[in-house]
Design a protein around this ligand. Structure first.
Ligand code: PHB
Length: 390
């Protein structure tokens, strides 16, 4: 009798091990409203990863649960993250386009035993708020430091800085100023505009009046960046010979058809161009292009999401599907791989991604379409913003 019970128990346990579990990943991003295209890119990157790498890790099936936060809204982001953890039982939180939304969930992670994989939000400090936060996107310090030298090399010594007044904007302003002063340049004026600003004519007037030879700008990619670049042209700044320098958020590929000639020649520095020439990117663009439907809508959040999935799959493999957030995060410290953007690794100390930053220029292809043409590479860039925080 005893033996039968034991045998039955053993069969149960062995059966339990072999049985497939479903591991849920909660993804928060803007899936409706003005920034919906950015969230659509998260989904395209995730779908592409699962098409190319399967929708299971070992015996475990992977299920993605999406939640919509259309505009920066930390309270809504936190409430949805709580709901995903408590009601849906997600083992991973991921996505997060806007910094305030990512910041708001960092206090939940340790108690929930859930890693956070940031697929976009780009303020340096986020990863310092929890040992369970890992980032596969970029930071504004990482992208805006190299453009300062580019501006100086282009013969520009006086720049006016214009940024959105929140985390990544402040980081961008500080990074550019530090980099520009280091090569002998001067930031003659630094303007921080409310995030919701959409009439840029008064700002453009201030740029003209400042006497600066160049403009450095950051706004979060979306309808506002499109409006800002248009306003730069329509207010005659380009014609006045003022040179425009920015991180690549200002010329995301999905905006280029609408910008047309207005964007031509703008130089930006960024971690990813859809045109990046590599076999990995070719495979990615094909899969993500299919996933999004219209390949002209592809932009950088897709690659942050694709690499975020790579990191989560490694975490699931390392934990055998068990919920152990610290073990999962430890498993990706130092992880390196070839992303569609080029060689990358997760810095073991900061848990932020080390990557190449490319200088690009908006160019016109033979078929008349516009693209970000990579013209130089700043190799293996860490995040200078983390040192600046200390
Ligand atoms: C952010 O809120 O961290 C953010 C959003 C969009 C960008 C860059 C940074 O293009």
């Amino acid at each position: 009798m005893k033996r039968t019970v034991l045998a039955a128990l053993a069969a149960l346990i062995i059966g339990g091990v072999a049985q497939a579990d479903t591991i849920k990943i909660g993804v928060i991003g803007p899936f409706s409203g003005p920034f919906a295209l950015q969230g659509k890119n998260f989904k395209a990157g995730i779908d592409a990863y699962m098409v190319l790498n399967g929708s299971n890790v070992g015996d475990d099936d992977i299920e993605i649960i999406y939640r919509d936060v259309p505009q920066p809204d930390p309270a809504q982001s936190k409430a949805l993250a709580q709901e995903l953890v408590v009601k849906e039982g997600v083992q991973y939180l991921a996505g997060f386009y806007f910094t305030p939304d990512a910041m708001a969930v960092t206090p939940l992670l340790e108690q929930a035993n859930v890693p956070l994989v940031i697929m976009n939000a780009a303020t340096s400090a986020i990863v310092t708020k929890s040992p369970l936060a890992v980032r596969t996107s970029f930071t504004l310090w990482q992208t805006s430091t190299p453009i300062a030298k580019v501006a100086k090399d282009a013969g520009v010594s006086k720049v006016i800085s214009v940024v959105s007044d929140y985390g990544p904007g402040v980081d961008a302003e500080n990074a550019f100023k530090k980099g520009f002063e280091a090569v002998g340049g001067e930031v003659v004026e630094a303007i921080r505009m409310p995030l919701a600003t959409n009439d840029f004519s008064p700002i453009m007037q201030r740029v003209k009046d400042s006497g600066a030879e160049g403009l450095f700008a950051f706004l979060p990619s979306g309808p506002t960046t499109l409006g800002f670049v248009k306003a730069f042209n329509e207010n005659g700044l380009k014609d006045a010979g003022i040179k425009f320098f920015a991180p690549g958020d200002l010329t995301q590929e999905s905006d280029l058809p609408a910008l047309g000639e207005a964007a031509l020649g703008i130089q930006t520095t960024f971690h990813y161009a859809v045109s990046h020439d590599s076999p990995e990117n070719k495979a990615f663009v094909e899969a993500a292009g299919k996933a999004i439907g219209n390949p002209a809508e592809l932009s950088f959040p897709s690659v942050g999401a694709y690499d975020g999935m790579h990191v989560i799959y490694k975490m699931i493999a390392a934990t055998g599907g068990e919920q152990d957030a610290q073990k999962a995060v430890d498993a990706v410290k130092g992880l390196s791989w070839t992303s569609p953007r080029g060689p990358v690794s997760i810095d073991p100390e900061s848990r932020h991604i080390t990557q190449n930053i490319y200088l690009r220029e908006v160019a016109k292809a033979e078929d008349g379409s516009y693209y970000n043409k990579e013209i130089a590479t700043f190799e293996k860039q860490g995040d200078p913003g983390l040192a600046a925080l200390k």
